[in-house]
Structure formats: structure tokens, C-alpha cells
Write a protein that binds this ligand. Structure first.
Ligand SMILES: CSCCC(=O)C(=O)COP(=O)(O)O
Ligand code: ZN
Length: 235
């Protein structure tokens, strides 16, 4: 593929093209405090193409020409096997370090999008819930989907979200995230202690609304815990 053809994968006048959406969504996530200080982000998969932002850059200033495009599926990359790209930015950029974790959402949940936030609500939740899961019930948040079923969590259900331990080694985080996703098939996301959360959806809209719902529940859950209130009734 020529570099002109490769660039055409990220240049579109359609505002809903993933290469236009990722910069726009990252700007709004920055306003929410989800991608402060370069961490966090979103990837979008449309069929056999995955669109990913660069690593370690101000996420609120990304432009379409900064977006990486990878084929899906592809053999898992390791330090010894290079990742395959359909398009790389001309600048000296590297794809998001979250790429292996985003891949978990495609491989294990057939996701069309995955969001990673460093929201302080998520981080506080991982500090106040010392067990391996965050739990909350009896909240009028109707948008939380039970992964795999598409059904919404009801007022009476208890949301249980796994918390994995953070590690400086992203390969370890990939494996423990995958283990948590297998152990908690209904969970719509995975919290990472002292770090943030990964949330996925069938498409970017669902990943975004899931993340909004979960962030609301983290925030209110943290406030309830700090006020000495139980977050799960009849526990
Ligand atoms: C184990 S993933 C470590 C990277 C991370 O958590 C993060 O938020 C960095 O994101 P980037 O897209 O800037 O590589
Ligand atoms: Zn992170």
C-alpha cells in the first residue's frame, strides 16, 4: 500500500469516521478528567480495521493524521513479534501502550470499541474496595449492560466489576485483564487498582455510555462508602 493510500485510511470528511471520532472523543474525555496527563484513551474497531491513538501524547490534542490503523485479527504481538500496521503516522509516534489490553476486548467480547480512563472516581473505587471486585446495587442507572447478553442491569441487581492489581509491565496487565474477563463474564469492564478502568462496548457509542454509567456508579459508590453507607443492600 502506498503512503497516500495508507493516509486515506485516516482522512475523511465524515465526522463519524473513527479517525475523526477518536480526537473528538479524547477532547471530551479530557474535560471529564478521564485522560489527564496523556494516559487513557479510546480505540475503535470497524470490521477488520482497528483505529488507535498514539502513546504518551496530550490526548486532547490528537489529530486524525496521528491515528494508527491495524488489521484485525492479527497474531498477538510480543517483544519478539512485531505488530502489523495498515497505516502509521509519519511522525515519530508509537501506538498506545494499551493496545494489548484493547485487544482483549476484541478477542474476548467481540467489542467494537474500548475506553481506558484514569478517572479519579475509578481510582478511588479501587482504593476503597479492597476485595477483588467493586460492588453496588439499587441505583437508578439503566444503561449498564450485562456483557454478552445485551440485557441491562436492573435496579435490584448488584453490579460486580473485577479489580485487577496494577503492574508496570503491560504484558502482565493484559493477562490478568483477560483472566478477570473470563472469570466475570457479565462484567462490562475491568478496574485496575490505583490506575483506572477499561470499558468496552459493541460500538463506540455503547462503550462511551457504559463508561459514563460506570463512572457515575464509581463516583456515587465512593461518596457512599466515605459517608459510611452500604453500597449493596441485603448483602
Ligand atoms: C499497561 S497499559 C499502560 C499504559 C496506560 O495505562 C496508559 O494509560 C498509557 O496510555 P498511552 O495511550 O498514552 O500509551
Ligand atoms: Zn492507563
Amino acid at each position: 500500500m502506498s503512503s497516500q493510500e495508507a493516509d486515506s485510511l485516516v482522512l475523511s470528511s465524515d465526522p463519524l469516521h473513527p479517525a475523526n471520532l477518536i480526537p473528538e472523543l479524547c477532547r471530551s474525555f479530557y474535560q471529564l478528567g478521564w485522560v489527564t496527563g496523556t494516559g487513557g484513551g479510546i480505540c475503535i474497531r470497524v470490521g477488520d480495521k482497528v483505529y488507535i491513538a498514539p502513546s504518551g501524547v496530550q490526548k486532547e490534542r490528537i489529530e486524525p493524521i496521528h491515528i494508527f490503523v491495524l488489521p484485525y485479527p492479527q497474531a498477538p504481538a510480543s517483544p519478539h513479534t512485531d505488530r502489523v500496521f495498515l497505516r502509521r503516522p509519519a511522525l515519530n509516534l508509537k501506538e498506545s501502550a494499551c493496545t494489548p489490553l484493547f485487544w482483549n476486548s476484541f478477542d474476548l467480547r467481540n467489542a467494537g470499541s474500548c475506553i481506558h480512563t484514569h478517572s479519579q472516581h475509578a481510582v478511588m473505587a479501587t482504593l476503597l474496595w479492597t476485595r477483588p471486585t467493586f460492588t453496588i446495587s439499587h441505583q437508578m442507572i439503566k444503561g449498564v449492560r450485562i456483557a454478552g447478553t445485551g440485557n441491562a442491569l436492573s435496579y435490584l441487581d448488584t453490579l460486580e466489576l473485577p479489580i485487577i492489581e496494577n503492574t508496570p509491565n503491560e504484558e502482565d496487565l493484559k493477562d490478568s485483564m483477560a483472566e478477570a474477563m473470563i472469570k466475570y463474564p457479565n462484567a462490562p469492564g475491568v478496574l485496575v487498582r490505583r490506575h483506572g478502568v477499561y470499558v468496552w462496548g459493541n460500538d463506540w457509542e455503547k462503550a462511551k455510555t457504559q463508561t459514563e454509567c460506570l463512572d457515575y456508579l464509581f463516583e456515587i459508590g465512593v461518596k457512599m462508602k466515605l459517608a459510611g453507607l452500604p453500597t449493596v443492600l441485603n448483602e
